[in-house]
Design a binder for this molecule. Structure first.
Ligand SMILES: Cc1cc2nc3c(=O)[nH]c(=O)nc-3n(C[C@H](O)[C@H](O)[C@H](O)COP(=O)(O)O)c2cc1C
Length: 501
């Protein structure tokens, strides 16, 4: 089976390392004038306007991301709640003006590499209050849904995910990636970004679901072509990455599906050489229901992590701000001051964000391990640390002033130099690939993206700034070795106080 021929993941991973990955052309340039439209449009599709409730739920972002709110399995997800989740996951939260050729840029609820917004959201649902069963595409620009298919297509989701229960959640969001929208700038590294940027959006979706007590489950094991097909995706240019299902399962009909023609999208612009991305995606694709079942059984063995942590963690720092307010205020910090954050704030961010998710690849835990460089945290000595998730404590690896290392590892940028803390998400890729095959590469990147997305929210909730970063892969591993000698970096985040304008 191709998925377990894991040289493909290694080839992609090593080939897209900074600074010298052979799949990256060092002479490649990107000019903002080339920025592709970040909006996918459908021709002749009926539009349904959404009116998201942007008011506060009264639930704090810290509570929402921690997963400590008791879910209500009887909750009914209607179009209003769905609209809010869509808005706070992928909606436009601010518009900034830049000098030409960039001009106005519409920023969204979750961070995204290069603000290129290559992740789209589709909805597959049964009849819910205010919305008929169908397949829809979310248009953040017009805050509307484009109707792609009418009818209950949840049966296709059940089949593609090898789910035998004859019932499925009333609403499933499908997150997809348009490869060229991001690879135009970042080349083949785009395929890592896909999961980072999908992960940060998912972190927001989960926080919103949690604030409204909606049970959820993320699925990353599915027959790729089947999901892509019901969404009408052009598989060489775009692909489904993850399914996010809400609420308790509801029976679906066994009647044949209507012979419905799907609405057509406008052509995707800015083609780019997608060979490396297509190869990695194909090698990590699951091709049959049987393969998905076998993959799920393998994932169930939870080789990567077995310990389930209890839900009541100590809260060190707190905030009254609601999750909605935090999402609206979130943005990537563009300049950090050298001011310290407190130990309580750092431990709260780490503890609240690493409680894991409910998914088909992990249950209430995170696959990634957390390494840190502490530059300025009151009560914590400067140095390199490993975060012990179970005990919620920092284990000192090396003492000392390390701003220059921190700045260098983050691609020699000022942000990681100035930040109070830089955080590195790392996995034993060999072990992950052994268990999950090439699909494990998707899973490990997604796990990092979701956890980092939660850290963004937790930081902003505590009135601290944050930004995602990119990094020199092997140098990070070398720096944290021998502790991290068999680990690969999946994500880098910097947190700290914003410098005054
Ligand atoms: C995974 C990730 C990596 C990023 N890397 C960098 C980086 O290396 N340098 C940088 O200045 N910003 C980086 N950013 C910030 C993005 O440019 C920013 O998210 C984007 O412009 C959208 O803006 P917003 O986060 O303020 O909404 C990164 C963001 C993410 C999610």
């Amino acid at each position: 089976m191709k998925n377990y021929e894991t040289e493909a993941a290694w080839e992609y991973h090593n080939g897209t390392k900074h600074p010298n990955g052979i799949l990256l052309d060092r002479l490649h340039t990107y000019h903002p004038a080339k920025r592709p439209s970040p909006y996918k449009r459908y021709r002749n599709a009926r539009q349904i306007r959404l009116s998201p409730d942007k008011r506060s739920s009264g639930i704090s972002a810290l509570d929402a991301i921690s997963g400590s709110i008791k879910q209500d399995k009887d909750i009914v997800l209607d179009i209003n709640l769905l609209s809010s989740i869509l808005y706070f996951s992928g909606g436009i939260t601010k518009t900034l003006k830049f000098s030409p050729p960039l001009g106005e840029v519409e920023f969204r609820a979750a961070s995204c590499t290069g603000a290129l917004y290559h992740i789209e959201i589709y909805i597959v649902c049964s009849d819910i209050p205010g919305l008929d069963a169908g397949v829809y595409h979310f248009d953040p620009k017009n805050m509307s849904l484009s109707v792609l298919r009418k009818g209950d297509y949840r049966r296709v989701l059940a089949d593609a995910t090898a789910d035998d229960s004859a019932s499925r959640s009333a609403v499933t969001l499908v997150f997809t990636d348009i490869f060229s929208r991001n690879s135009i700038k970042y080349q083949a590294r785009e395929y890592r970004h896909a999961f980072w940027d999908c992960g940060t959006m998912l972190a927001n979706s989960l926080a919103m679901a949690s604030a409204h007590k909606i049970p959820y489950r993320i699925t990353m094991g599915f027959v790729d072509s089947q999901i892509n097909q019901i969404l009408g995706l052009d598989e060489k240019k775009e692909a489904a990455l993850a399914l996010l299902s809400f609420g308790s399962p509801v029976q679906y009909s066994a009647d044949p599906l209507p012979p419905d023609k799907i609405a057509e999208s406008e052509p995707l612009e800015h083609d780019f050489d997608l060979t490396a991305i297509n190869n990695m995606h194909d090698s990590s694709s699951l091709t049959s229901r049987q393969e998905v079942s076998a993959w799920k059984n393998q994932a169930d063995q939870k080789v990567v992590h077995t310990d389930k942590k209890e839900n009541n963690i100590v809260r060190y720092a707190s905030t009254d701000e609601s999750v909605e307010q935090t999402i609206i205020r979130r943005g990537s910090t563009r300049k950090f001051s050298h001011d310290s954050i407190s130990q309580e704030q750092l431990l709260t961010i780490l503890a609240m964000s690493t409680k894991g998710i409910v998914s088909d690849f992990e249950e209430n835990n995170t696959i990634n391990e957390i390494y840190l460089i502490v530059n300025a945290v009151d009560g914590v000595e400067q140095g390199a640390y490993f975060y012990n998730k179970k005990e919620n404590l920092l284990e000192l690896l090396q003492k000392g002033e390390m701003r220059y290392v921190s700045g260098h590892l983050g691609l020699d940028q000022n942000l990681p130099f100035d930040a109070s803390v830089t955080i590195f998400f790392m996995v034993d890729l060999q072990k992950v690939l052994q268990q999950f095959g090439n699909r494990g590469y998707r899973v490990a990147q997604m796990d990092a993206g979701i956890t980092a997305g939660k850290m963004y929210l937790a930081s902003y909730a505590l009135k601290i700034g944050a930004t995602g970063l990119t990094f020199y892969d092997d140098e990070v591993t070398d720096f944290f070795s021998p502790h991290a000698s068999n680990k690969s970096v999946m994500f880098m985040l910097a947190i700290g106080k914003k410098a005054k304008a």
